[in-house]
Design a protein. Structure first.
Length: 252
């Protein structure tokens, strides 16, 4: 059984700007296996952000199902949804979303505090994850005292401290320079090697070329996908670039 199974998902919105409806997702169907590292790409308006919101339980599909470990995520009641997201899903956002009033350590601990994990267990987990992401020396600093790349590593630490089923990343390198982006992608490679499943939405060909599989969404449907296999990151980069060019040309 797949870890994540997206079954013929459709999403229709009522347009705020004109009469009628907008079909953001027409028929999205794919699965993600445990331990995979998958990137999703597509032009603005292709539906990838809508899809991520549905996977994150921030929106619901008009039709279709999203199954996580065999559980229909739509069946989770609203009062239980926050705890489910916190414990089963990890989130990394483009703009870090750290709390400026909390130290690095307390930002990372926040999901465990909300889940009322025992203090002894929290202390062990936070030490492990700070060391894993090489930010233990920053533990007592405030977010505004560290660089953007370091802030994003703190955000990753906060996302994985609950040992989530899947890590969802929304343009995680979008606010970083090239050096910080490469460092963050090295972190993603490392945590994926430890068994963490990752699903990343990105505009960055460099970021997507690190993934083991890339899904391309165009006009609300799955247009194509590329498997890494034995390809190098450079070969993966070129194939992604070629696919994006083909997609753009077919849209003219």
């Amino acid at each position: 059984m797949s870890l994540l199974d997206v079954q013929h998902v459709k999403k229709i919105y009522q347009s705020r700007f004109k009469a009628g409806q907008v079909e953001a997702l027409k028929d999205i169907h794919f699965s993600v296996e445990k331990g995979e590292y998958v990137a999703i790409m597509g032009e603005s308006g292709s539906g990838k952000s809508t899809l991520l919101n549905i996977l994150a339980m921030l929106d619901k599909p008009t039709q279709g199902k999203v199954m996580l470990n065999g559980l229909d995520m739509q069946s989770i009641k609203n009062k239980e949804a926050s705890a489910f997201r916190r414990e089963k899903l990890g989130f990394v956002f483009q703009d870090f979303n750290l709390l400026d009033t909390l130290t690095v350590k307390d930002n990372v601990l926040l999901p465990l505090v909300l889940s009322r994990v025992a203090v002894k267990e929290m202390d062990k987990r936070v030490l492990d994850v700070l060391n894993q992401l090489e930010i233990a020396t920053l533990r007592d600093k405030m977010p505004y005292e560290i660089s953007g790349g370091q802030q994003q590593r703190v955000a990753v630490a906060r996302a994985i401290i609950t040992n989530p089923e899947i890590l969802l990343a929304d343009e995680p390198t979008g606010s970083l320079d090239s050096k910080s982006s490469a460092t963050l992608l090295d972190v993603f490679d490392h945590i994926n090697e430890t068994g963490q499943t990752i699903l990343m939405v990105t505009h960055s060909t460099a970021a997507a070329s690190r993934a083991k599989r890339v899904l391309f969404i165009k006009d609300g449907i799955l247009y194509n996908q590329i498997y890494r296999g034995d390809k190098s990151s450079q070969e993966m980069y070129q194939q992604i670039s070629d696919t994006l060019t083909l997609m753009a040309n077919r849209g003219e």
